[in-house]
Design a protein around this ligand. Structure first.
Ligand code: PHE
Length: 495
């Protein structure tokens, strides 16, 4: 039967059916196949010129669920009549309902059966059949439609549609005819001309598949993550593995306050020059630091004064820089020059937290995002690059322990043999540049910068004296270039 034919057999079945009857109507030969399946089989045969076909759209009448029931068991009125005809002395209403087996059918059927004079009232309120036989026209009409999907009398379909027993349905069918290469079997078509076929001469008799210029190409699976994103992912995994929390990095524009002043970078520091930092021209300045949510109970006013004092007069045992600190300079908007701007804001947040002992709890933070510097762009200098930054705040941290930590951290990235070199940052003391021996280049390369944040920075925030904070930063670009062996050919003063 065509009903169970698997999709792959359909083309063969069509050929067989077509050899017996031509033209072949798909709706007759394969009534239960989906038209999409038939079409794809026909297209396959058509592309080999084995058949030709035309599509026929038409409407056909189909039975609604209630009509299917009537076609099977008879109309309601016929069922009522039938039940009464079988009973010798007629039936009470209750008996009739039981005999018909459906209360609703019995009720609806009575009315129509009375109207057609098939039944009448007998003695003692009983119902009786009033004729020997009836013609169940509705059922007969529905049976015709069920079989042929139409009816010779168009008024019948109109009437049944009105009674919601029949609906019209759009159907696509195909009128199929033999093509010039008609055969009962599908010959295997070659897709490639091979050296073997040339050698044996098989190419002379082989049938070749036609090019299908409409077919889609093979999916190329193109597209890949940028190397920077891959290395960023690796760093993030290491940070998470080591219990670090990611800092929010969505503030490319910062005030000089968070980017410099909070970090004890004096206002005359060369890093704050126009040549090194991008300043925003419109708007030029921002408001003083202030609470950004209702839960933020920090005393920004005191913090602001502490920062001014530590720069201007010195505080917390420091003699300060002793210059007139300018508010306006601190409020100037800059494109952040390092992600340490985020670390400073996060450490100020940490200063507001209270652990079980009433002191801020130890914390580990990291960030990986873009920073901006006013560089003349060349092969080794970009005005925009990425920084990886980590911060550890804990009680009783020692420099030796932190060198050990760096060793473990960079080992996880496959970077070994670290060397540390004393360095200077306004916000850390001591500061260390981190180097690693590069086998390919056969020399030590600088991979990062680090240090212990200064009390001038931390105590101004209100962090306790014995809370030590260590930070380090590196570019994302440098390790990525080393990892992917990106070499720079252009010479620049710093290579
Ligand atoms: N901010 C430093 C830089 O841009 C890196 C650094 C972060 C150094 C934290 C010390 C502490 O290179």
């Amino acid at each position: 039967s065509t009903q169970n034919a698997v999709h792959g057999d359909l083309p063969t079945e069509i050929l067989q059916a077509l050899s017996v009857k031509e033209p072949l109507l798909s709706s007759e030969a394969f009534p239960s196949q989906k038209s999409a399946d038939v079409k794809s089989a026909l297209d396959r045969l058509g592309s080999r010129s084995m058949i030709t076909y035309e599509t026929i759209d038409r409407e056909e009448a189909v039975l609604e669920p209630e009509a299917l029931e009537i076609a099977a068991n008879g109309s309601h009125e016929a069922r009522v009549f039938e039940a009464l005809r079988k009973a010798m002395d007629g039936l009470t209403i209750a008996e009739l309902e039981a005999a018909v087996g459906d209360k609703n059918v019995a009720k609806l059927g009575q009315g129509k059966a009375f109207k057609s004079k098939w039944i009448a009232k007998g003695k003692e309120g009983r119902l009786v059949a009033s004729t020997d036989s009836i013609q169940d026209i509705t059922r007969e009409q529905l049976l015709v439609i069920q079989k042929t999907h139409t009816h010779p009398d168009p008024n019948v379909i109109k009437d049944l549609k009105k009674r919601k027993l029949v609906k019209m349905q759009k159907v696509i069918s195909f009128k199929i005819q033999k093509g010039p290469k008609f055969a009962l079997e599908i010959v295997k078509e070659e897709t490639d001309l091979t050296p073997e076929m040339l050698e044996s001469g098989a190419w002379k008799t082989a049938t070749f598949k036609k090019y299908n210029f409409k077919s889609l190409g093979v999916d190329q699976h193109a597209g890949a993550l940028h190397p920077l994103n891959k290395v960023r992912h690796e760093f993030r995994q290491i940070f998470f593995e080591m219990g670090f929390e990611e800092m929010p990095t969505n503030r490319f524009v910062e005030t000089g306050f968070w980017n410099f002043d909070a970090l004890f970078v004096p206002q005359q520091h060369p890093a704050r020059d126009l040549q090194d930092t991008f300043y925003i021209s419109d708007p030029k300045t921002a408001d003083k630091p202030h609470a950004e949510s209702e839960d933020d109970k920090a005393d920004y006013e005191t913090y602001w004064k502490n920062v001014r004092d530590v720069h201007q007069e010195g505080k917390y045992g420091s003699i300060g820089y002793r210059y007139p600190w300018a508010e306006d300079e601190s409020l100037r908007l800059v494109l952040r020059t390092h992600t340490t701007a985020i670390s400073s804001a996060m450490l100020y947040k940490l200063a507001q937290l209270k652990g079980p002992d009433g002191k801020p709890p130890p914390a580990r933070y990291f960030s990986i995002d873009r920073v901006f510097r006013n560089e003349t762009v060349d092969a080794t200098h970009l005005a925009e690059f990425h920084q990886v930054e980590g911060v550890i705040a804990d009680y009783g941290l020692s420099l030796g322990g932190l060198m050990e930590f760096m060793e473990i951290f960079f080992n996880k990235m496959g970077i070994h043999d670290l060397r540390f070199k004393p360095a200077y940052n306004p916000y850390t003391e001591p500061s260390m540049e981190i180097f690693s021996y590069h086998k390919g280049l056969n020399k030590l390369v600088e991979i990062g910068n680090s240090g212990m944040f200064r009390p001038e920075m931390l105590e101004a925030m209100g962090l306790p004296k014995d809370l030590r904070v260590f930070g380090w930063g590196l570019s994302l670009e440098r390790p990525t270039m080393i990892k992917y062996k990106v070499s720079i050919t252009a010479k620049s003063p710093e290579t």
